[in-house]
Design a protein around this ligand. Structure first.
Ligand code: MTE
Length: 328
């Protein structure tokens, strides 16, 4: 894990993203020429629109080479911006990986409010700009592991959810935190019937209060220093790096503190396959596939999946005394 506060990042650490992206594209081209590739990869290489990022430094002296920013993790390169923004799960906009990048562009992300309510002393509806003013935005590079056994390394921008919850002052009876995605036709989130996703809307998720307060748990507002794109859950989404990707609810509008464990979308759809906790656990297979290894997007061999997605040292104690095969 890499955690950096935005004011710790020196300009010499910032990569020119065009350089970075063109290197990735070259490497992909070379690998493509040498390998037989799956249909999804062909799509990403040949058909998916290429994304140009603005130079985040803005000013580089003529002729000067900006030094690389540490977007990756030790020994693990960050996934390309292209892949992070074009290989998505956002079922409100379709059930395949490629539609959200196109269809979610209709999502209206301003103005946007997030309500913090339930068992708190200071409930409040926050405007998005107020949230980003109140809480300094940090770059954090995390592993991201989908329950479908693919993974990425994502440089998020965001702030700890715990800071927002502290401001709201949770009451003693609060044990859980429930999250809700926008479900407002005015925001152009399409209706269930349009894409037959098999989920009830709005998409909902939940954490135990101690998980929500953990310093690794983020509300993300950006990726690679750029504001979140709609397909990634703009303008604000949850990131819990030691849990399967579906816990990372997108486009959040409501956060409710509660005494009882809240319902969660995938658990409601199929409780045999998707538990409330959903901690990354290579020892507990999904009923239909193994979770022992994963396909890192942009790589050509599988990686071993790490307990708690590599964050065991920071979070395993939260589950002391629990049988994680039962509480999956
Ligand atoms: N949030 C909402 N509202 N709707 C969704 O369909 N999909 C989840 C999660 N959050 C989803 C969601 C799943 S299954 C995954 S793997 C991640 O978002 C994918 O995030 P990404 O597209 O940014 O990689």
């Amino acid at each position: 894990m890499v955690i950096k506060k935005s004011d710790d990042i020196r300009s010499r650490e910032i990569t020119d993203k065009k350089v970075y992206l063109s290197r990735r594209n070259f490497l992909r081209g070379a690998a493509l020429a040498a390998t037989t590739v799956a249909t999804g990869l062909v799509y990403r290489q040949l058909l998916a629109p290429q994304v140009e990022l603005a130079n985040p430094t803005g000013r580089v002296a003529p002729g000067a080479q900006p030094a690389p920013k540490q977007w990756g993790l030790p020994g693990e390169e960050a996934t390309s911006y292209q892949d992070i923004t074009h290989y998505n799960n956002f079922y409100e906009f379709g059930t395949d990986k490629y539609s959200p990048a196109r269809r979610a562009q209709s999502l209206i992300t301003r103005p946007w409010t997030v309500s913090v309510e339930g068992l708190v002393n200071k409930p409040k509806v926050f405007d998005l700009d107020e949230l980003t003013r109140l809480f300094p935005q940090e770059d954090r590079v995390y592993r991201f592991r989908c329950v479908e056994a693919w993974s990425m390394v994502i440089p998020w921008l965001g702030f700890p959810l715990g800071e927002l919850l502290k401001l709201a002052e949770p009451q003693g009876s609060a044990k859980y935190v429930a999250f809700e995605t926008a479900n407002d036709p005015k925001k152009k989130i399409p209706a269930l019937s349009e894409y037959e996703a098999g989920l009830d809307w709005p998409y909902v998720e939940g954490l135990r209060l101690d998980e929500a307060m953990h310093p690794l748990t983020l509300l993300a507002t950006g990726i690679y220093g750029e504001p979140l794109l709609p397909q990634n859950g703009a303008p604000i989404r949850l990131v819990v790096p030691w849990k399967y990707g579906f816990k990372n609810i997108k486009s959040v509008v409501r956060i409710t503190l509660a005494e009882r464990m809240p319902p969660t979308s995938w658990n409601r759809a199929n409780s045999e396959e998707y538990g409330f906790f959903s901690n990354v656990n290579p020892e507990v297979p999904h009923p239909r596939w193994s979770q022992a290894t994963e396909r890192r997007i942009g790589e050509y061999t599988r990686r071993t999946t790490l307990p708690f997605n590599g964050y065991a040292e920071q979070v395993a104690h939260l589950y002391d005394g629990m049988d994680l095969k039962y509480y999956f």
